[in-house]
Design a protein around this ligand. Structure first.
Ligand code: ATP
Ligand code: MG
Length: 343
């Protein structure tokens, strides 16, 4: 996979070509100060200026109000205030409103799929810039886009192309995971199709195998083939309940893209899958409950208890947790007094 292929798969590169066949979206250039904020580990505070609902920390170092919570005993700690981006905030709000009030956010390539657990609704649905910032700042996928978009490219010696970072806002659409498929195109031929959410068994795919494969092949030959900037690429589609196929995303043909029920070796070697067959692409999907696997993004999560504690959803847990700490402390003090503490 070459750097050029990654460049071609940026949202703003493919969206104008396939606009008619995909979900309505708006692209906003990401100002440098917003990029800096997203990359700054120290500032977890999310600006709530579009809602004015977020609590702010203020500098109380020379204030007499000693009742304020002391967040850190490090006296050199500087004030942490939510950065404000008034102009960008109003552009984003305007864009969200024109898309119906609820959006699915992305950067040039990635959505923060690994961070959905942190949102109160456990979803990527956003209604404000604060919602978007919370997801973006919690996502390794977003950091990857910002810091190492060409990580797995084979032409590492060539200079990195200049990237203009963009915030992509897509109209929120309730997609049923069983209708999503990933399609692999090599030399402008559709060689393979995989169920996208391969961790689940969807009986309708098994019963409609032929219709699904046919619908995707027709969509490809009528709307996608020879229209993209590259001859090798991966595109994601959604087949809705009426059988209509929609384009969801374009991805580079290479290891950065999850090959789902195939291996990259199968897709690139001269083997059966990689050779376009007369009878059409190889279609793989999960055929029974037995093969159901845990969701791939689970490993990005932290224990639910921690989320509840931090989100303050379950105050009793926090109280129990503090009591437990106190009991443990008392126990260890007792042990020390008895002189039988382990070394
Ligand atoms: N507009 C939308 N509204 C609601 N959900 C969406 C929308 N667009 C995409 N999704 C859901 O989010 C998932 C991920 O979207 P998308 O493919 O754009 O992210 P990605 O970061 O490019 O993923 P990948 O890393 O697998 O390429 C989709 O499979 C779909 O289930
Ligand atoms: Mg993608």
């Amino acid at each position: 996979m070459k750097k050029e292929q990654v460049v071609n798969c940026q949202f703003s590169a493919w969206y104008p070509i396939f606009k008619k066949h995909t979900i309505k979206s708006l692209i906003l250039p990401l100002p440098q100060n917003v990029i800096d904020y997203l990359l700054d580990d120290g500032t977890l505070v999310v600006s709530g200026s579009d809602q004015n609902t977020q609590p702010r920390r203020t500098d109380n170092s020379d204030s007499e109000d000693q009742e304020d919570v002391q967040w850190s005993d490090d006296e050199t700690t500087t004030t942490v205030t939510a950065p404000e981006f008034p102009e960008f905030t109003s552009k984003v709000l305007e864009a969200i409103n024109s898309l119906g009030g609820r959006v699915f956010p992305k950067l040039n390539w990635s959505a923060p799929r690994d961070a959905n657990w942190i949102a109160l609704n456990s979803s990527l649905q956003c209604c404000s810039l604060a919602d978007i910032f919370l997801l973006f700042k919690s996502s390794d996928f977003i950091t990857h886009d910002l810091t190492q978009p060409f990580l797995q490219c084979s032409d590492q010696d060539s200079p990195d192309p200049v990237i203009k970072y963009e915030l992509v806002l897509r109209k929120w659409s309730e997609l049923i995971p069983g209708g999503e498929f990933r399609c692999f195109v090599k030399e402008n031929k559709l060689i393979a199709i995989s169920q996208r959410d391969y961790t689940q068994y969807y009986p309708h795919i098994l019963t409609q195998e032929e219709q699904v494969s046919q619908a995707i092949q027709v969509f490809f030959s009528q709307n996608v083939q020879y229209n993209f900037l590259d001859e090798d690429f991966v595109f994601d589609v959604y087949r809705d309940s009426q059988g209509k196929v929609w384009l969801i995303d374009l991805n580079p043909f290479g290891e950065v893209t999850d090959s789902l029920l195939f291996t990259w070796d199968e897709l690139t070697s001269g083997g059966e899958v990689a050779q376009h067959q007369q009878e059409g692409p190889t279609f793989r999907f999960t055929t029974s409950e037995v093969t159901v696997q845990p969701s791939p993004c689970l490993s990005y999560r932290i224990p639910r208890d921690f989320v509840d504690l931090s989100a303050g959803e379950d105050a009793y847990k926090l109280i129990d947790f503090l009591k437990l700490r106190k009991t443990q402390q008392e126990d260890s003090e007792e042990e020390e007094e008895e002189g039988n503490a382990p070394p």
